[in-house]
Design a protein around this ligand. Sequence first.
Ligand SMILES: N[C@@H](CCC(=O)N[C@@H](CS)C(=O)NCC(=O)O)C(=O)O
Length: 294
Amino acid sequence: MASGAEAEKVVPSNDVLEWVKKDKKRFLHAVYRVGNLERTIKFYTECFGMKLLRQRDIPEEKYSNAFLGFGPEDSHFVVELTYNYGVDKYDIGTGFGHFAIATEDVYRLVETIRAKGGNITREPGPVKGGTSIIAFVKDPDGYMFELIQREPTPEPLCQVMLRVGDLDRSIKFYEKACGMKLLRKKDNPDHKYTIAMIGYDDEYKSTVLELTYNYGVTEYTKGNAYAQIAISTEDVYKSAEAVDLVTKELGGKITRQPGPIPGINTKITSFLDPDGWKTVLVDSADFLKELESH
Ligand SMILES: N[C@@H](CCC(=O)N[C@@H](CS)C(=O)NCC(=O)O)C(=O)O
């Protein structure tokens, strides 16, 4: 029988996992490193039609950031590019998959990108084993962008694809630790992979995390280019408690205890999932304040 002390521990744990289901969360941005900020800004604005939303230079820390996306940061998922002074090349590794952009006409977008000198690595046409029209483009640093033909959507920056070693473990992790929902799972035995779309809303209206499991592949390299995905939360402290519990069951670890970032005062916590993919949870109200001050 559980001792009094053990029984006590169980109750708050369940509470915090229940709280996760009620917390309002949203994907905020993907953070990654690029070798030349101006080059990437030019490529994303001219080829993809993204807008440059804000830029900041932190000379004391020797880096600059640029935020780009298809709409304002208070309602859209965006990319946060990091340029570290003097570093012009990164290793993307084998685990990072792609970002996806939904567009009404993939053929037309590909021609625009080709005309601007972009690198089309997969010509437009139906996805192998399916009917969606897709194409792939490699950006100047080697990050892959999948173009997906869809009806107009409020969020064209629609997927972040990461490869994982155990799909069910990852789904369970993000459901329990981050309150995501499994939106769709599709096995493609002919091409020996399974994908799962997970997130907070309809995959045709908001950004989702696409997890890919390639049969038999349990390990990938992470490189040093892609950094993390940021998600808002109403309470970083409760979120961290939930993540901590789930890491004990499924793997992964908290890498930054919850609390305000010195100087900025935005409260965050960060963690690695069971595959080592990093997420940062950001206090929603602090995030909005940060946007207002820009
Ligand atoms: N082995 C692939 C599995 C994932 C995959 O194949 N995804 C589809 C899109 S859902 C794809 O890239 N298809 C390529 C094509 O149709 O040419 C990987 O790890 O990237």
